[in-house]
Design a protein around this ligand. Structure first.
Ligand SMILES: Cc1ncc(COP(=O)(O)O)c(C=O)c1O
Length: 257
C-alpha cells in the first residue's frame, strides 16, 4: 500500500485495482494479498466489509490467494470475533499466526486449506529446526486455554467499550485528538495539529508515547506519519487499568499541549 492509502475512503482499493491492472498488462498475476485485518502498522484502520471482500475477489480472480495476517488482530483481540478476518465475512486461503499465540513465548503458525499445502509438500523439500517443538506447542495451547477459561474475548469487548468511551471523553477536552478508531482492545488515536487541516502531530505523538512510558504506561505510535497513538493493552485489562490509562493520557496531554 502507498503511504497515504487510507487518507480517503476506498483509496486503498483503487490503488490495489491499479496495481492488478498494471500487473495484468505486464502478463503477471499476483501470488497473494496479505492483509492485517486491523491495518495496525498503517495507522489502525478497519475498511468496510464490502471493500475487503472486493479486494479478495479481485486478487482471487487474478490468480492470487488471500492470506490473513493475525499477528496483531487475532486471538480475541477485537472482542467481537476471535479472529480479525472474521469481522469481514470472508474466509482466507491461508492464515498466519504469531506474537499473541504464545503470550511472550516465541511461537508462530500457518493455517491453510489442504489443497494449497499439498502442492507445496509434493514439490518442495521442507524442514524446520524448531518447528512443532513441544514446549512452544504447550505454551500456545495454554494461551488458548486461558483465553477461554478467563473469557478474555468478552473482556476485550467490555473493557474495549469502556476504553473507547474514555478516549472519546478525553477528545472533548483535548483538541489534538483527532479520529479515534479500532476494535475491541485495540485503538488508534490520531494526533493532529488542528482539527481542520488534520495535519499530523508527529512530534507530539512521540512525546506522548515517552511521557506515558515515564508514567508507567506503555503505548506506541503507528501510521505513515507516526502520529497515531497505538493503544493495545493486554487482554486481561480491568476497569481499573482503563481508568489508569485514560487518567495518565489526560495528564500527559495536558502537560504537553
Ligand atoms: C501485522 C504483523 N504481521 C507480522 C509481524 C511480524 O511478526 P514477527 O516479528 O513475529 O515475525 C508483525 C510484527 O509486529 C506485525 O505487526
Amino acid at each position: 500500500m502507498h503511504r497515504d492509502s487510507f487518507r480517503a475512503p476506498g483509496q486503498w482499493l483503487q490503488q490495489l485495482r491499479q496495481v492488478l491492472d498494471q500487473m495484468a498488462a505486464e502478463g503477471l498475476s499476483p501470488a497473494a494479498l496479505m492483509m492485517d485485518g486491523l491495518f495496525s502498522s498503517d495507522g489502525v484502520f478497519s475498511p468496510p466489509e464490502a471493500e475487503i471482500q472486493q479486494a479478495v475477489n479481485w486478487v482471487r480472480q487474478a490468480g492470487g490467494v488471500y492470506i490473513a495476517d493475525e499477528v496483531q488482530s487475532g486471538f480475541a483481540r477485537t472482542g467481537d470475533e476471535f479472529w480479525g478476518f472474521s469481522r469481514y465475512q470472508v474466509v482466507p486461503d491461508m492464515v498466519t499466526l504469531g506474537k499473541p499465540m504464545g503470550n511472550g513465548h516465541p511461537v508462530a503458525g500457518l493455517v491453510a486449506r489442504s489443497g494449497l499445502l499439498d502442492l507445496f509438500g509434493e514439490r518442495q523439500r521442507y524442514f524446520n529446526t524448531f518447528g512443532g517443538n513441544p514446549v512452544s506447542c504447550c505454551a500456545a495451547a495454554a494461551v488458548l486455554d486461558v483465553i477461554e477459561t478467563e473469557q478474555l474475548q468478552v473482556n476485550a469487548r467490555i473493557q474495549g467499550q469502556h476504553l473507547g468511551r474514555q478516549l472519546h471523553e478525553l477528545a472533548q477536552r483535548h483538541e489534538v485528538m483527532g479520529d479515534i478508531r479500532g476494535a475491541g482492545l485495540f485503538f488508534g488515536v490520531e494526533l493532529v495539529e488542528d482539527r481542520d487541516s488534520l495535519a499530523p502531530a508527529t512530534e507530539l505523538a512521540s512525546c506522548v508515547v515517552n511521557g506515558m512510558r515515564e508514567a508507567g504506561v506503555l503505548i506506541s505510535a503507528t501510521g505513515p506519519d507516526a502520529n497515531v497513538l497505538k493503544i493495545r493493552p493486554p487482554l486481561v485489562f480491568t476497569a481499573e487499568h482503563v481508568e489508569l490509562l485514560s487518567d495518565t493520557l489526560d495528564r500527559v496531554l495536558t502537560q504537553l499541549s
